[in-house]
Design a protein around this ligand. Structure first.
Ligand code: CU
Length: 176
């Protein structure tokens, strides 16, 4: 009768400890499982962006890298962007070097990743965002190569009828 008794006294505190350990571990485990999902939502890692550009466009590549650095998952089509731009209905005068699609919205040109994220959060009724031309100082058109010049430019919210309003302004001269 000594052995079973010894077994019980040994086993009882052990199982109690194991249960306590499990109870403290479970919430941590749940938090650990939920964390990657939260991180993805915050960084936009799970957000896919499809880009059309000319294969020789260097500033397009730099913009793609800007988007990737901000957590977007970018797929590139080196087919040029004129056809896709007109197919998607963006007026030629708002055109730039690359056209992209994200979450059902069009992106034209060097649109900052932060504005893309704001667009996806606000979900306005619109065709998308455009930075016409290639303003120096916009993402992919910036840095030492451009002498760190930062020209003023606007990110435009483009309606389906082609009309625009300023979504965000950058590098504006301070009012004098
Ligand atoms: Cu460009």
């Amino acid at each position: 009768m000594q052995t079973p008794h010894a077994f019980t006294t040994l086993a009882a505190p052990h199982s109690g400890l194991a249960r306590r350990r499990l109870l403290t571990t479970l919430p941590l485990l749940a938090a650990a499982l939920a964390a990657p999902r939260l991180v993805r939502a915050a960084t936009g890692t799970s957000t896919a962006v499809e880009v059309w550009k000319d294969p020789s466009c260097g500033c397009c590549k730099d913009w793609v890298e800007h988007m990737q650095a901000n957590g977007f998952k970018v797929t590139v089509h080196d087919t040029g962007n004129n056809a896709v731009r007109s197919r998607l209905g963006l007026p030629q005068k708002l055109g730039s070097c690359h056209t992209a699609l994200v979450g059902g919205y069009l992106l034209e040109g060097h649109v900052p990743a932060s504005d893309v994220r704001a667009l996806l959060q606000q979900k306005p009724k619109a065709l998308g965002l455009a930075v016409p031309g290639m303003p120096v100082g916009s993402p992919g058109m910036d840095g030492a190569v451009y002498g760190n010049r930062r020209d003023p430019y606007d990110v435009l919210l483009v309606a389906r009828d082609g009309s625009t309003r300023v979504f965000k302004s950058y590098n504006q001269k301070a009012a004098s």
